[in-house]
Structure formats: C-alpha cells, structure tokens
Design a protein around this ligand. Structure first.
Ligand code: AMP
Ligand code: MN
Ligand code: MN
Ligand code: MN
Length: 289
C-alpha cells in the first residue's frame, strides 16, 4: 500500500498565474499521483504559495516546495529562472514581484488597445473574466494567456494557440513585449529569499548547440546560478542526457518538472516526464526543503 514515492514535479503553475487549477488543486493532484514532492512555480508571483502550503499540510506523504518562475532578458529564445525553496516573505523577492506586477499593469492595457484597434472587441473586464477562478486572488498575475482566452471567447480565434498566432504571440499585431530583468538580478533576489536558482527548460533558449549552452551556463554560474532543469516535457531523451552531462560536469544541481498548466495546456500532465525523487537527496536540496 504505502510503497515509497519515487517521483517529484518541481515546475507547475496555478491560477495565481496562467494555470487552470487552483494552488490547492495542484497540490492535491500531486498527492493523488503519489508524487514525493511538488513545487508550485507560478510566473512572477508568490501569491499561490500560502494556499498550496496549507493544502500540503493535510498530505503528510507529499513534500511541498515553494517556488517561482521569472523571465530574464535574453535573446534569441526564452531564459526562465526557477527559484526553488524560496522564503516568500523576503523583501527582495517581493520587490521583484511588485515590479513585475506594475509592469503588467502598464502592459495589459496596451495589448488591449492594440486589439481594439484591430477590431477585436475585448476589454479588461473580459480579460479578468477569462482569468476566472483566481481572479480575486491578491497578487495573482494577468498574462497574455488570459488575453488569448478572452479573444477566443469573443469568437476571434479558434483556440488560445490560434489567438497567440494571430494576435498576442511574439511578432503578432497586438504583441507588446514584457518587462524583463537581467538574469543576475533575478538570481540575486532568489538567493536573498534563500532559494536555489535554476535555469528552466534549456531547450527554449533556442541556442545553436551545446557549446553555446555551456558558455551561457558558465556565465550564469558567475552570477550565482545553482542548477539546471534537466527533465522537462520539451526535452528529447538526447537533450535530457546532454543536460544531465552538463549539470554533472559543471557541478550544478539537477531538477525537473512538467511545467503543468492544467486544462490550458492539455498536452502537459502533472508528474510527466518522471523526475527521480533522488534529485531531492542531493546534499544541496536539504537546504531548500
Ligand atoms: P506573458 O507572461 O504574459 O508574456 O505570457 C506568457 C505565457 O503565455 C507563457 O507562460 C505561456 O504559458 C503562454 N504562451 C506563450 N506562447 C504561447 C503560444 N504560442 N500558445 C499558447 N500559450 C503560449
Ligand atoms: Mn505559462
Ligand atoms: Mn517557462
Ligand atoms: Mn513554467
């Protein structure tokens, strides 16, 4: 009955950002799937952590890891930094979250104005309605995902993906770039909150080969990077092996997770790909569990 739990998921989203499940639902689903640990890593906000932690208190076989995912300034692709094992009461971390919240409060009306200029009848109330469940959770973020959902509901796109392609995706007509901080600043804020700073889904960096990835990783280690997300649904088996090798050679922590978003990303399932619970037994992990 009570076989040891073998897998963890250290990358998930809830209604505090662009996930479809509430923080408590994510935690309870992780327990039903018999995961040994789950981290909630909402974009730019810690607003869901208290609820998730409270839900985890009733689930003694599941460890809860407080996390966050922050987008750093980078090209050509996407550089996301996960903070794992954070103390969300940290002033530095909350300053960073407040900065991103303020930036989104300027950005969202600009996106909506562009949509309206294109003849798409979507306003802020529609976007908040599309954000649904977590709409009244203080500190939750409103992102392009919610704008995309509002566009779908208005009948101007077939689904969210189509709404990104037609309107709000990078390079599309209603696209407005997001405020981003330098990776080093983000890592410093995560460290101030006693967390481990991890490079998320390296494949999304869109770098030209492993040499470039190693160069970037070393540069980020110079500003404090602690780990690399080796296991992620976007990685091929070959990439997973390459990132594992890189982490081992450079002495980086190894993490992994599903990047679960609930029904909004139906192809992604909590707990997939499997991530061995042994990542939590690395000596460093005891610092942030
Ligand atoms: P934002 O932080 O407001 O720029 O929104 C970014 C979020 O939009 C990401 O975290 C993804 O969840 C989602 N996203 C980005 N591109 C797409 C796409 N092409 N289709 C669906 N969702 C997307
Ligand atoms: Mn997302
Ligand atoms: Mn990401
Ligand atoms: Mn994510």
């Amino acid at each position: 009955m009570n076989a040891p739990r073998r897998f963890v998921d250290l990358h998930t989203h809830s209604t505090a950002s662009d996930g479809a499940d509430t923080p408590a639902e994510v935690v309870r689903l992780a327990d039903r799937l018999r995961l040994a640990a789950v981290a909630l890593t909402d974009h730019d906000t810690t607003a869901g952590l208290a609820e998730a932690r409270a839900a985890a208190r009733d689930l003694p076989a599941l460890r809860f890891v407080a996390g966050v995912e922050v987008s750093a300034a980078f090209s050509p692709g996407t550089l996301h930094v996960l903070g794992l094992g954070i103390d969300e009461s940290s002033a530095e971390l909350q300053d960073m979250a407040a900065r991103f919240r303020a930036a989104r409060q300027e950005r969202n009306p600009k996106i909506i104005a562009r949509l309206q200029a294109l003849g798409v009848p979507v306003d802020m109330d529609d976007v908040l309605a599309a954000a649904g469940g977590g709409g009244d959770r203080p500190g939750r973020i409103i992102s392009r995902v919610h704008v995309a959902e509002a566009i779908v509901r208005a009948g101007f796109a077939a689904d969210r993906k189509d709404a990104f392609t037609r309107y709000v995706g990078a390079g599309a007509a209603a696209y407005v770039p997001k405020e981003r901080m330098e990776a080093g600043e983000i890592i410093a804020a995560i460290h101030a909150a006693a967390g481990a700073a991890v490079m998320a889904h390296p494949t999304q960096l869109q770098l030209d080969g492993l040499t470039e990835l190693e160069r970037l990783t070393r540069r980020l280690m110079d500003v404090g990077l602690d780990g690399i997300e080796v296991y992620h649904g976007d990685h091929t088996n070959e990439q997973t092996r390459q990132y594992l090798d890189l982490a081992c050679r450079l002495g980086l922590l190894i993490t992994g997770g599903s990047d679960y978003h609930g029904a909004g990303k139906p192809d992604v399932s909590l707990g997939r790909p499997v991530v061995p619970a042994s990542v939590l037994r690395e000596p460093w992990a005891s610092c942030w569990l």
